[in-house]
Write a protein that binds this ligand. Structure first.
Ligand SMILES: Cc1ncc(COP(=O)(O)O)c(C=O)c1O
Length: 445
């Protein structure tokens, strides 16, 4: 029998003190002390423990990072093993073996029967940054297409791709010029207000028509280097596009010689039940940006790309820490663990999806439950007919769930994601669903 997490007081006295100090000395990021006043002490598998002895199910996986679970013994062992040998030797200027081993593994796992190379970075934003430079350099084209509600990171160039929330943009303009956005094919909520759930083919056609009939009327397609996309929109609300979308997008892109740049920073590394989420959609993208989960919690990111757009000279792009050997040693373990977990992710992911669909039927405020594998979400509405967004209930549920020992994260304006470590069991999902429903009832009071 799995036990429920235990929360005595949130925040407890030690946590209160740290959080107060945190806001005095750390730059403001995205922390919301109202919703999640959790100061971690340690983690194990799906569970995390705070410094006051409260325990939680981590259904946010440290924001999509801890796919193999907290303190996975193989990852801990790999970190120790490598740290005892060397922790840094600057892959910019020198060489080490595990960097080659991981690059080979990642390239083999990436779809596409063409030669590939890997550019290592440290964060998801940097992975997209190097993708943009590779595309510009390798194709000679300088423009990009991205999607509304996309999140690709917050550095100045990558911010031009991100179109998620104005708080990320305000006062930071100008970002990089030459990026146009088009609507993402959201079956539940689309700009054409196609009733109910949009017919997949109609939705795809509207998006592609928008690109051709509006964007390409003023942007010469021959100047566009890549269309940048998330295979499932993450921060935008866990939006799953129609199955054929990327095949049709690729046909259009091929017509103009435009590359497809697949941002798998959040959805890759087994999250959806395939190693790369794009494998659900049957195309081979020209680049795959990875990050978050790959290093098992140690910062590592990068871009797998067609060898024919690779940089031709040293110094075109580099980063002192990109491809850190400790992170790589951990990542080699993560890759093997995740490969072994894929059937489990599909099975428990389907189970979680079914449980969330049942709740969708029973609660007027749950407009849509959606997802693939263990990338699941629900969208809150005021009522199912109008689909009016209900951020208030979503935010209350996050806070209520934390009080009961379940960590959940919002996404989009009014959605809530369920992204536990991939090792989660059905019994643990049952406990999480019990807490979620209690939290929802409390939020609706
Ligand atoms: C799809 C996607 N791309 C890029 C990023 C940026 O990653 P990082 O925060 O490591 O820069 C994120 C982060 O949430 C993401 O979800």
């Amino acid at each position: 029998m799995v036990k429920r997490p235990v929360v005595k007081e949130l925040p407890g006295p030690k946590a209160k003190e740290i959080i107060e100090k945190n806001f005095e000395v750390l730059a403001t990021t995205t922390q919301d002390p109202e919703a999640l006043p959790i100061v971690i002490d340690h983690g194990e598998g799906v569970l995390v423990y705070d410094i006051d002895g409260n325990s939680f199910y981590d259904f946010g996986s440290g924001v999509g990072v801890m796919n193999v679970g907290h303190a996975h013994p193989k990852v801990v062992e790999a970190v120790k093993r490598q740290a005892e040998k060397f922790t840094h030797f600057a892959l910019n200027d020198f060489f080490y073996e595990n960097a080659v081993v991981l690059a080979q593994k990642l390239s083999e796992l990436a779809p596409g029967d063409f030669a590939k190379k890997v550019a290592y970075q440290n964060s998801g934003a940097e992975a997209n940054e190097v993708m943009m430079k590779l595309v510009k350099y390798g194709t000679g084209r300088k423009r990009f297409i991205a999607f509304y509600h996309a999140f690709h990171g917050r550095t100045q160039a990558v911010l031009s791709l991100t179109a998620s929330k104005w708080v990320q943009q305000e006062r930071f303009f100008p970002t990089m010029p030459g990026v146009e956005h088009i609507p993402y094919p959201n079956p539940y909520r689309n700009p054409w207000h196609i009733d109910g759930y949009a017919d997949p083919k109609e939705l795809i056609n509207r998006v592609l028509e928008f690109l051709e009939d509006y964007v390409f009327k003023h942007v010469p397609p021959e100047e566009v280097g890549a269309i940048v996309f998330e295979p499932i929109q993450g921060e935008g609300g866990y939006v799953v596009p129609p199955k054929d979308f990327f095949k049709d997008l690729k046909k259009l892109a091929d017509k103009y010689g435009i590359l497809l740049a697949d941002d798998e920073v959040q959805m890759g590394v087994g999250r959806t039940g395939k190693f790369w989420a794009i494998e659900h959609f049957g195309i081979a993208p020209d680049t795959i940006q990875f990050g978050k989960a790959i290093g098992g919690g140690i910062p590592l990111a990068g871009c797998i790309h067609r060898a024919d757009i690779a940089f031709d000279k040293p110094g075109r792009h580099a980063s002192t820490f990109g491809g850190n050997p400790v992170a790589i040693e951990a990542a080699i373990e993560v890759v093997e663990i995740v490969k072994g977990l894929l059937p489990h992710v599909q099975e428990v992911g389907d189970y979680l999806h079914k449980r969330l669909k049942e709740l969708e039927e029973n609660y007027e405020v749950i407009g849509d439950a959606r997802g693939l594998g263990l990338a699941q979400a629900v969208e809150f509405v005021k009522n199912k007919d109008t689909k009016e967004k209900n951020a208030e209930v979503r935010n209350k549920v996050v806070a209520e769930a934390a009080k009961r020992g379940l960590i959940l994260l919002g996404c989009g304006d009014n959605s809530l994601r369920f992204i536990p470590p991939l090792i989660v069991t059905k019994e643990e999902i049952d406990v999480a669903m019990e807490i979620f429903e209690e939290s929802l009832k409390a939020a609706l009071k």
